[in-house]
Design a protein around this ligand. Structure first.
Ligand code: PSU
Ligand code: MN
Length: 308
């Protein structure tokens, strides 16, 4: 770790111990808690995620900004506080990190910011639900999530269930290809679309085992090829949703965003909240299950990487 960063970083003792032992750790983001799910399911899910990572023999490290400090691993009350505050907490991506820290504001880290902090702390594996990407119409608006740029430059592997089709998935994959980010689908030939296992878009690499993925990452980073990788883990069949039903809801959410002129960092949270409300919470159950599934896989990859 860059020692100057110690000034800002509070590593939870359990995480610090795992780092000392070179034991597997899984980073977890906090925007999913504040902006991705309602209270109290957000806190319940965040706690269950930590338990799943532990059950797989790894240490969880949920990342957030609190009291002018970057927290790597949260206390139970800190997690509860973030979940209760919800969208009152600032969403924190790369560009927000210095401002929120300098002004001692709480911040919920996105995939991009969580990757940055995980790299500082020395944690190369991270599990979440879905990443940000190229928004529909992004070729004109240039609304492309900073998550993609982060995957290009920060050496942390992100396990997700693909991305929601609120985004332009085809352009999202093109962007990742241009920036040299390997996209590996776990047990599938297709890039999954979050609520559904299928997007109709292929990936170039398919892996069947966590150890295979750990090996690819070991080689990538041994070679000095900086940057992350996207491990796309399709939602379990039992929880996957009807593609037709979800598409109609997404179309409506996108129309509403346009009518209300929602832009910038507010767009993704708005779309997530509308999709959830319009499916009357059906999508929340799927969302929770897929995150659990991703945490399990991330822990297995981290174990294979650190305890080969
Ligand atoms: N997509 C989801 N759930 C989420 C997010 C995206 O299905 O919770 C969150 C993640 O924290 C992601 C962020 O990093 O939104 C992307 O926001 P933006 O598009 O503004 O970069
Ligand atoms: Mn954006």
């Amino acid at each position: 770790m860059n020692l100057a960063l110690n000034k800002y970083l509070d590593v939870h003792p359990e995480v610090a111990e795992a780092l000392r032992q070179k034991a597997p750790i899984v980073a977890l983001e906090s925007t999913i808690i504040t902006h991705g799910m309602p209270y109290p399911q957000n806190v319940e899910t965040a706690r269950a995620l930590e338990a799943i990572v532990r059950a797989e023999g790894a240490t969880p490290a949920t990342i957030a900004l609190l009291d002018g400090r970057i927290k790597v691993g949260l206390q139970s009350e800190e997690l509860e506080g973030l979940g209760k505050a919800g969208t009152a907490v600032q969403k924190c991506s790369r560009r927000d990190l210095p401002l929120l820290l300098a002004s001692r504001q709480a911040g919920a880290t996105t995939v991009a910011a969580t990757m940055i902090v995980a790299q500082w702390a020395g944690i190369p594996f991270f599990a979440t639900g879905g990443i940000g990407g190229v928004h529909r119409g992004g070729q004109d608006s240039l609304d492309i999530s900073a998550d993609l740029q982060e995957l290009a430059q920060t050496s942390v592997a992100v396990v997700c269930a693909g991305a929601k089709s609120i985004l332009d998935l085809e352009r999202t994959l093109e962007y990742l290809e241009t920036h040299g980010v390997p996209v590996i689908a776990f047990g599938s030939d297709e890039f999954p679309a979050f609520y559904t296992r299928h997007s109709g878009l292929g990936v170039d690499y398919r892996a069947e085992e966590a150890a295979e993925i750990a090996k690819i990452l070991r080689v990538k980073w041994d070679l000095g090829l900086r940057g992350g990788a996207l491990i796309a883990n399709p939602i379990p069949e039992a929880y996957s949703m009807e593609p037709g039903a979800i598409e109609a809801v997404i179309d409506q959410a996108l129309r509403e965003a346009e009518q209300q002129n929602i832009r910038g960092k507010a767009l993704t949270p708005f779309l997530l909240a509308r999709v959830e409300a319009l499916t009357e919470g059906n999508s929340l159950a799927a969302n929770i299950q897929l995150v659990y599934h991703n945490a399990r896989l991330a822990a297995q990859i981290a174990r294979a990487f650190f305890l080969p």
